[in-house]
Structures are given as C-alpha cells and as structure tokens.
Design a protein around this ligand. Sequence first.
Ligand code: DAH
Length: 370
Amino acid sequence: MSGPNTDYDPVEVTPLKADQVEEMREAALAAVAAAADLDALKQVRLDHAGDRSPLALANREIGALPPQARKEAGQRVGQARGAINQAIAAREAVLEAEHEERMLVEETVDVSLPTTRRRRGGRHPLTLQSDLIADLFVAMGYEVAEGPVVEAEWLNFDALNLGPDHPARTLQDTFWAEPPEHHIVLRTQTSPVQARTMLTRKPPIYVVCPGRVFRTDEYDATHSPMFHQVEGLVVDEGITMAHLKGTLDHFASQLFGDGITTRFRPSFFPFTEPSAEVDVRCFVCRGTGMDEEGAQSCRTCRGEGWIEWGGCGVVNPRVLIACGVDPDVYSGFAFGMGIDRSFMFRHDLEDLRPLFEGDVRFSSAFGTEI
Ligand code: DAH
C-alpha cells in the first residue's frame, strides 16, 4: 500500500476516479446478474467483493489521496461496494429459491412407482414352532420321523388299537378318500407314525413327529379341518410312566419357561394303557390362576392354573404286538399335542384362523426368520 503523500496528485490515483469506480461497479453488477448458479455467484463475490477485488484494492489507495479528496473517494467506493453487496445478496436469494425449487422437482419421489426392493420371505410361525419342538427333542437324542398325510386306514386306526367300532372312525371325524374300499384316509392324528416307526425300525426307538393332520371339523376360531400335532414315541427296555413324566416336564420347561411342569389326569386312549391327559402349568400365572395383581382370574388359563396340552400314556402292548415289537422285552411311552394350540396359548392368540390364512403381516408380527 502506498504511504500518505500530500504531494500526490489525486487525478493520478486512477482506480479512484469516478468513471473507473463506475466501471468497476458496472462490471461487478453485470457479473452478479450473469451468475447462473450459486457456485458462479460465489466466484463473483470473490472477484468483485472479496479482499482482492478491484474495489477493495482501490479502497486501499484512499489513504494516498490528499485529505480533502479522501471523503469523496471513500463515499464513491463505499457506495459502489454497498451496491454490489446488495446485488449479490439479492441474486443469492433468487438463486437459492431457484435451487430449492429445482431440488424439489429433481428429488421428487414417485411413491406410486413399483419398487425394486423385495420383501424378504419368512418362515411361517407354525413351521418355526414345529422346528423348535423337533430341535428340543433332537437335543435329547431323538430322531425326527415323518409319515404321509394320506394314510392307510389300518395304520391310522387298527394298528393303534382303534377297533372298527371306535367313534373316531365314523364319517363325522375322518376324511375318507374315494373309493372307500381302498381304505385310505387323510390321517386324523400323527399317531400312525408310531406304527410306521415300529414297523420299520428296531428298538430302542426315540422319535418325535411333527406334522399335519385332518378332521372334518367346521372352520372357526378354535377348529380347523387341518391342523398340526406333534407325536412322541419311545420304545426301549424298562420304559415307564416316570420316564414319560420327566420327558414332558422337560419339554414344557423348554417350551414355556423354567419351572413350568406338567400334571397328568387319568384318561383313555386305545393305544396307551395307562393313559393320561397332560396339562401344562400356566406359564403366565405360574399356577396361581390369578392375574398379576391377584385381583382377577388369569386370562391365559381362565383361572385354572393349568392348560390342557395333549394326551399320553404307556404304549398299549396290543400296539406293540401289532407292530412286531415283543412286549415282554420292550415297553414304551407315547404322547401327542396340538402344535397350533400350543402356539395359540403361548402367544395369547384367541383365534387360530390367521395361522392358516397366509397374511404376511400376521407372520411378521411373530418375528419370522429366513
Ligand atoms: N392321537 C391323539 C389325538 O389325536 C393324541 C395322543 C394321545 C397321542 C395319547 C398319543 C398318546 O401318542 O399317547 O387326540
């Protein structure tokens, strides 16, 4: 910067001349007006309003003018710089608004377009429940056995000591395949897998069999003509009811929580003797029958403290004989429960129909996994 110089001829400080300042101002305003976007305007600001712009440099020369000329030159430069700054601010506002508008248009998302993102598939909650049950038994050394859903009448009934006069054999309960003389049914229970297993393997037998079964039930909140059961069968030397009880207690605690045990109520099934109905201790009230505050009946077990779970017993020697197992050497136990029913009370579901209607929103709520 030049130092003060009283002899300096102001006419010679070219950048401070009125027409020069005017020119710089015109050039700046033209550049501002021509700035097509915010980046260009940024450059214009640097070039025409920055520290190294012609007017900023001219401003520095003011000190070199004789005192009487400084005021006028200062005003001239100041006004020009003010006008430029104003023009930049105004242009900036316009460009920003334009930019925003353009972004709104460019970034518009048409939510009605088909998506390329695919929903991940999920396994059905009942499949997960079946697998979980099978896994619990596999962990105890059992094998998973399977049988066909279209089954021979003999295996579904006769081999299991369900004689020809048994009420379950009437047309009311059973889907019969045509023609009737072929004696083919849709299995009404997973128990024929017991017979199939004993006919094809030698003891010791430890099998679990989850699967689909069919009965001519009306479809409503608690019945479906197709549902799922899990069957268990053990045949070995010295097997007693005590082994059965211990196994089911373990099964219950694994499925419903620590300390959840079972109780047996005497019952009758043709394929077991003795037979029992199995109840599982309510895992919500843990057997008290009361809700959390102790004010009302527990919703899950309806105040009973126990929930009906399935049937079980010591395999009837007649079944062992029908399936080629020597009852003098071997004994066994068997049990069967509804998988859908277990799922329903485990998840506080009042209506089983959503389990069969294939709405993925229902399945997702139960945390389906691939
Ligand atoms: N099959 C029986 C039913 O569908 C359930 C059952 C009861 C299975 C006792 C068994 C058993 O293995 O021992 O009702």
